[in-house]
Design a protein around this ligand. Structure first.
Ligand code: AGP
Length: 604
């Protein structure tokens, strides 16, 4: 999703910071980029389709030492990824520049109105209405007032920055849903879509809330509502290590993020258990609230949805509380029935996924209690839910979610245990098992060399099936998503017992099938299903409970130590992530930024 960066300093040089900041936001996914500087009564502007390297070729000719500017990485929504459609966009006079994230829903009507008033447009974007509106409302004289007037005309979910060549010592930032954060430096201040853009400069930050604007100058940040009323805002310190946001020597962020999972699991569990029990307060909820829950409705998208499916099995088995799991983009438009006593639970890495946020807002409007399992501290979801449990996975840069997924499952496991206790159910002794996971994970990751051979074979295939039962089926769904999104291989996940109701027809000589067998209670049945596909010529690769490995008639085995079957999805996810990673590498794909995808989907 689009990345926004702004810099305003006493006498600093905006250009190198903005370019570096955009680099840090690359992980969000983009198809074009640009920078505008407010210099000598003019806007110096460079923008291009393609990656930042292409922009880097252009910016050499921009003026040096300019202390105010804005930059943008665009992920196309309105208009194709072209040079013209890249941000920043300017008004007719070329003295006001804006960058924007999100969607202006009524841009057609505004554009027509502006054209009738003599404005000339040079792009197909919704964004371009903003600088023209600012021009219309006197932005050349007073950009702050113009922003306030223009903002009243806009409908949608967006964030934007505006600069004026006539006022080269301030940036006006507006937030209407899409996130914007502010970094506080010594003799410069920063604005960005997320903290990682300015972590190398400062750790002091503040968040712009929904419906607010900020006037950012080199030595001050004035936060106000859209009517101009001053809003008090506390600054805070970001404790993310900058190195956490870098690749740490790995060729791709995805590999780094897979490998760091055992450490991250430790961080996620830290302080959340004591004496064999879950410390409920560390999950952002009270025992009384847990006791009152009659049903849980999970809303999420993509990988987070798959974590929700694992969570459903854990919560229903341990706490006997019914759980429904819905894809957020569907749920929000299905006129859902909210029964009293239902906890609406959102799961999200970014905390900015538009559909997931919409579900939470809908639930709140209906008077429901909302709970979020989120990775990103300070995200909209974290702030707009009644209660929050953070996954503490650290920044996840690769578009393909890995460590966010396994930590979401860990938090769901803790929650299931706490809920079981609060609901008076017998609590199985899983806490020690949870604490053992980091060591077991290290061990699995150190023994995955054989996966290279599978990945090489899979890289030449066009289809693959993932099968399993129960928790293994939920995990199969995540396995197939990983291979689709980064290796671009068609994949399907099937409940193993469902194969013979249709899908078996697709199995022929050499069809690859990844089977997951960690659920002991249904292992025999899963083995029968493996025999069915083997009999039709499938090449079967199995991620299995190591105790079963000798019994399995398969082509390759990846054994997993299953000390406690309910915890196996976290461990069994590792080989599936690695299989997808190495298959994508063998196919020469852009692993961290797969085509057509964005890390944070802030539009529906
Ligand atoms: C996972 O690999 C995906 N890139 C995607 O499905 C992601 O999980 C989904 O868009 C939800 O994002 P969120 O967790 O930030 O809400």
């Amino acid at each position: 999703m689009c990345g926004i960066v702004g810099f305003v300093g006493e006498q600093g040089d905006a250009l190198p910071f903005i370019y570096a900041g955009l680099k840090r936001l690359e992980y969000r996914g983009y198809d074009s980029a640009g920078i505008a500087l407010a210099s000598d009564g003019q806007i110096a502007l460079k923008k291009t389709r393609g990656k930042l390297e292409a922009l880097g070729q252009l910016i050499g000719g921009m003026p040096a030492g300019v202390p105010c500017g804005i930059g943008h990485t665009r992920w196309a929504t309105h208009g194709r990824p072209t040079d013209e459609n890249a941000h920043p966009h300017t008004d007719c006079t070329g003295t006001i520049a804006t960058v924007h994230n999100g969607i202006i829903e009524n841009f057609q009507e505004l554009r027509q109105w502006l054209v009738e008033r003599g404005h000339h447009f040079s792009s197909d974007t919704d964004t371009e209405v903003i600088p023209h509106l600012l021009e219309e409302y006197g932005g050349q004289e007073d950009v702050v007032q113009a922003v306030q007037k223009a903002e009243r005309r806009l409908k949608g979910a967006y964030a934007f920055l505006a600069i004026s060549a006539r006022e080269p010592n301030r940036i006006v930032a507006v937030r209407r849903s899409s996130p914007l954060v502010i970094g506080l430096g010594e003799d410069a201040n920063y604005v960005a879509s997320d903290f990682s853009a300015f972590l190398a400069q400062t750790r002091r930050a503040m968040v712009l809330e929904n419906g607010e604007m900020a006037v950012v100058t080199p030595d001050a940040v004035h936060v106000m509502d859209m009517a101009g009323a001053v809003q008090r805002r506390q600054e805070f310190t970001i404790d993310w290590d900058i190195r956490q946001a870098e690749r740490g020597g790995y060729p791709h962020f995805m590999l780094k993020e897979i490998m760091e999972q055992p450490d991250v699991w430790g961080d996620c569990l830290l302080g959340r258990t004591s004496g064999g029990a879950v410390v409920v307060e560390e999950l952002g909820i009270t025992r009384e609230q847990l006791t009152a829950i009659r049903r849980i409705q999970v809303v999420a998208a993509g990988t987070a949805y798959h974590a929700g499916l694992v969570g459903k099995a854990l919560i229903e088995r341990l706490a006997r509380v019914p759980v429904d799991v819905a894809v957020a983009s569907e749920f929000r438009y299905q006129q859902p029935v909210f029964e009293p006593g239902t906890l609406v639970m959102a799961i999200s890495q970014s905390g900015e996924t538009a559909d997931t946020l919409a579900c939470i807002n809908l639930a709140r409007q209906e008077g429901m209690k909302t709970y979020a399992i989120v990775n990103t501290v300070g995200s909209t979801l974290a702030r707009e839910s009644d209660a929050v449990a953070f996954t503490h996975a650290g920044p996840e840069i690769a578009v393909a979610s890995t460590k966010a997924y396994t930590t979401q499952i860990l938090v769901l496991t803790l929650l299931a245990l706490a809920l079981a206790e609060a609901q008076g159910r017998a609590r199985p002794d899983l806490v020690q098992g949870l604490l053992n996971l980091p060591l077991l994970g290290q061990d699995i990751l150190s023994r995955l060399d054989g996966i290279q051979t599978m990945a090489e074979r899979l890289s030449g295939q066009s289809d693959v099936f993932y099968i399993g039962r129960g928790l293994d089926y939920a995990l199969a769904m995540e396995g197939q998503l990983k291979i689709k999104e980064i290796a671009y291989i068609h994949a399907e996940a099937y409940a193993a017992g469902e194969l013979k109701h249709g899908t078996l027809a697709l199995i022929e000589d050499g069809t690859p099938v990844v089977a997951i067998v960690t659920e002991r209670d249904v292992a025999e049945k899963s083995i029968s299903n493996i025999l069915e596909v083997k009999a039709r010529g499938a090449e079967v690769w199995a991620v299995v409970d190591e105790k079963l490995q000798k019994e399995l008639p398969v082509d390759h085995v990846i054994p997993i130590p299953v000390l406690e079957p309910l915890l196996s999805p976290v461990l069994a996810a590792l080989p599936l992530q690695m299989l997808a990673y190495w298959t994508a590498v063998h196919r020469g794909q852009d692993v961290d930024q797969p085509r057509n995808l964005a890390k944070s989907v802030t539009v529906e």
